[in-house]
Design a protein around this ligand. Structure first.
Ligand code: CO8
Length: 260
């Protein structure tokens, strides 16, 4: 299926929009991640494209994070394939030469938060009902070291330490206070603001900005590249534990109960 992400490139400005449209919650399934990586790579290799804005076409939700059903009751081979796709998404996005802006127009837990954190700049809708954070601990699982590194590089060690241990989801105003997002805007101003921020970043010479970005991010990227297979094995042995499977099943049941 090749339709979970809408991609639109405006050739005159050199800015593309990637809009997530995978209802109900834009969860990062294997299909979604595969499509994401193909779309991003195409833009990366297109000289007409210098920047990408990421946003959601699903009301109230940016992305609900990794698709939990991909991590429940599946084979070792499936876990390996899924985790490699998660790694690939992050390596491509965090390492992108393009200017990347997250226009966060809804809640963004866990993997959704990672996606936003991997961009150069985050603008969030000022609705306090929308929250963002790495809430893995609440599911009884642990954010991998490269999720943690990305988070620490944005909010600093102390905020990250507390937020990760508590698995906190921060309402938009609090996320702004921690620097987890860079600014808040009214929903109807989001696209205009994202375009303005993009123009500001694109005003610089690409080569200087790209080398600077790489200098800031290279050590963190290299760490996963060097330990990629080990990281996959860690994920498989962690997620295959019966106690972890039980935690995830209970969490999914909790999500369903909350509705009725
Ligand atoms: N994966 C799979 N299904 C999901 C997910 C998800 N992440 N999130 C929601 N769904 C499903 C729900 O179960 C529900 O299904 P159904 O309709 O069959 O009952 C449907 O989507 C709609 O969900 P809600 O009714 O809850 O929708 P709301 O609009 O009320 O709420 C939220 C939307 C806020 C996104 C809410 O669904 C939510 O909080 N979801 C959970 C988000 C979450 O905690 N994600 C964490 C995933 S883990 C991760 O990303 C990183 C893991 C790192 C790996 C660690 C190493 C082991």
């Amino acid at each position: 299926s090749n339709n979970k992400i809408l991609v639109e490139l405006d050739e005159s400005s050199g800015v593309a929009m990637m809009k997530f449209k995978s209802p109900p919650v834009n969860s990062l399934s294997l299909d979604f991640l595969t499509e994401f990586c193909i779309s991003l790579e195409k833009l990366e290799n297109n000289r007409a494209c210098r920047g990408v804005i990421f946003t959601s076409a699903v009301p109230k939700i940016f992305s609900s994070g990794l698709d939990i059903t991909e991590m429940c009751g599946k084979s070792t081979e499936h876990y390996a394939e899924f985790w490699r796709a998660v790694q690939e998404m992050w390596l491509q996005l965090y390492g992108s030469n393009m200017v990347t802006v997250a226009a966060v127009n809804g809640s963004s837990p866990a993997g959704g938060c990672l996606l936003a954190l991997s961009c150069d700049y985050r603008i969030m809708v000022e609705n306090p009902k929308f929250s963002i954070g790495l809430n893995e601990a609440q599911l009884g699982i642990v954010a991998p070291f490269w999720f943690k590194d990305t988070f620490v590089n944005i909010v600093g060690h102390r905020v990250a330490e507390r937020s990760l241990q508590l698995g906190s989801l921060h309402a938009a105003p609090e996320a702004l206070r921690f620097g987890l997002v860079d600014e808040l805007v009214a929903e109807e101003k989001l696209q205009e603001k994202a375009a303005a921020v993009m123009a500001q970043w694109l005003a610089l010479p690409d080569h200087a900005r790209q080398l600077t970005k790489s200098m800031m991010r290279k050590a963190v990227l290299d760490r996963l590249v060097a330990h990629r297979e080990e990281d996959i094995q860690n994920f498989i042995s962690f997620i295959s534990k019966e106690s972890i499977q039980k935690s995830l099943r209970m969490y999914m049941e909790m999500l369903k109960k909350k509705k009725s």
